[in-house]
Every structure is written in C-alpha cells, then in structure tokens.
Design a protein around this ligand. Structure first.
Ligand code: FPP
Ligand code: MG
Length: 282
C-alpha cells in the first residue's frame, strides 16, 4: 500500500465531507493509532500483519484528511516504550518502516504531487542506523511540500522530547547565545519536535495519553473511540470532527519573538538540518 490511498472515498462520503467542511475543520489532527494487535488477534493473523493493516489505515486517513483540507497530521507510530516489546515485534515494526520509507523515496514524484511534507519526530539516535538514514532522506526529499505536513512520532515520548528541548536551551545559554530571560512558554514550545494539534483522536478504547504530546495538548480537544485502529473508518473521523465542532477550543495567541529569540530558533533549525545531512552522509 502506498502512502496515500486515492481510492478510499465514495461520492456519498465526499458529499458528507463537504457538509462537515461547512463547519470549522481542525487544521492539525493527532492520532494515537492503537489496537493493531487486538485486531490481529481478532482476525487470527500475526501481529505484524496487524501493524501492516495499521499502515494501510494511515494511508486512507491521510486521503480523508487531504479531502477535508486538514493541513497537519501527527501520528504516534513507535513509542520509546515500544522498545520493551518482543524482539520479533520490534524487528517487524522496523522492517515495515524500512519498506514504507523506501517506497516513499521510490514514489517521491507522487508524494511531491500530493504536496506531503514528512517530519519524523523523536529521538532518531535510538533507531537502527539504516532507518535513521532512510527517515532523514524522506524528510529532506519532501521539505519543499506544503499541502499536508505529516509528522510521524517514531522513537518518541513527550518526556524525551521535552528533555531534548530543555537540553538545547541549556546548551545555548551556556554558549552565551541565549539569555535565560528569553526563555518563556512560547520559546520552549518552539524547541519541541511537534506543534499543537487542535484535535487528538485515540482509538481502541484506551483513554490514556501514553506520553504523547504532553506539552502541546493542554488546550486540545480529545476524542476517544472504541474502534480498533485498523477498523477506523471515515465515519469515525467525521464523528470526531463533529465532536470538535461542538466543543471548539479557545484559541491562544502566541507572542512575537524578540530578535535574540529568533536568532536562537534559526540556529536551532539549522543545527537540526545539519544533523540530518550528517546522518545521510555517514
Ligand atoms: C499500537 O497498537 C500501534 C503501534 C505500536 C504501531 C503503530 C504503527 C503503525 C500503524 C504503522 C505505521 C508505520 C509507519 C511506517 C508510519 P498496539 O500494538 O498497541 O495494539 P494493541 O493495543 O491491540 O496491543
Ligand atoms: Mg496498544
């Protein structure tokens, strides 16, 4: 299955999408894609087949989000906690990722036509080296696309993300590049891998956050559904958006950054891009 499933929307579904679009559609939706192994068990297949079905569902969801005009999607695809699963399962998940990122690079013209920009959020240094190279290449190859930003949280937990952001701030203060007085909530937000979603959806009946986007979701609308991720349908997505429309979040205004804060953020971004280039070249 390719990254965007173009054939998963009927005329009737397109009509319903248009109706839902008469209200406000969240511009950034985050998904905790949970329930792949329970789905596999239900279907009497092995758990790697469940994860593979999970990827297929992601490619359908991306098409629905494109049709809805959502401009950013964030998915929790591999938590740092998932390293504690059996070697067999972790290897299967990495093999699935290798397969899909290789495919993305093979189909790069099509990805660019869809305008999908890929961002891998997480502690890349925890991943096997070949996977670090693949995901870095995918980020570099899609960096100019601007229709849909797809953030894949991989080797990610929110606590690790916040710790890495804090460490970047401390290094800059120590190097006299940043005044401690410049550190405020908005600047801390900018050091993180991920921006703020307006709607967070978790499937499979679990109602925990599992260390996902803890800093970002203080004002996000949460939607929990019992459906297992591989069985998630366009109707579940539209129901979540209608829930969002009935409970709109308060919009928080961010302050302008001072010149020294802007300088710090520019350096941080360039340091992160240089790191990707270094991974690709090694
Ligand atoms: C949670 O279900 C799902 C995962 C840990 C993996 C999610 C991965 C994908 C959907 C594939 C994404 C792939 C790429 C390349 C982006 P679970 O395993 O916790 O299932 P359970 O809750 O039923 O045990
Ligand atoms: Mg689970």
């Amino acid at each position: 299955m390719s990254w965007i499933n173009e054939n998963c929307v009927s005329f009737f579904q397109l009509f319903c999408i248009k109706v839902v679009k008469t209200g406000r559609v969240p511009q950034h939706i985050a998904f905790i894609m949970d329930g792949n192994r329970r789905y596999a068990k239900k279907q009497s297949v092995n758990c790697s087949a469940g994860h593979s079905k999970g990827f297929d569902k992601l490619s359908e969801t991306l098409k629905w989000c494109l049709d809805l005009g959502v401009s950013e999607v964030t998915v929790y695809a591999f938590s740092i906690e998932n390293f504690k699963r059996s070697t067999e399962e972790v290897t299967a998940l990495f093999d699935l990722a290798r397969d899909k990122f290789n495919r993305l690079l093979d189909e790069i013209d099509q990805i660019n036509e869809w305008g999908v920009r890929l961002h891998i959020a997480g502690n890349l240094s925890l991943l096997p080296e070949d996977l670090q190279v693949l995901v870095s290449k995918a980020m570099v190859a899609t960096r100019k696309n601007n229709k849909l930003r797809l953030n894949i949280a991989y080797a990610y937990t929110a606590r690790d993300e916040i710790t890495r952001g804090a460490s970047d701030l401390i290094k800059s203060v120590k190097a006299n590049e940043l005044n401690p007085l410049d550190i405020n909530e908005d600047l801390v937000s900018q050091t993180l891998d991920l921006g703020t979603p307006e709607l967070l959806i978790r499937t499979s009946g679990e109602v925990r956050l599992s260390d996902f986007m803890l800093w970002q979701i203080s004002n996000t609308v949460l939607y929990f559904t019992d459906v297992l991720w591989p069985e998630f349908s366009i109707w579940n997505l539209l129901a979540a958006i209608i829930h969002f429309q009935r409970h709109p979040p308060l919009l928080k205004k961010t302050e302008e950054f001072t010149p020294s804060q802007q300088e710090f953020l520019k350096k941080l971004e360039s340091k992160r891009w240089q790191e990707l280039q270094r991974i690709i070249k090694t």
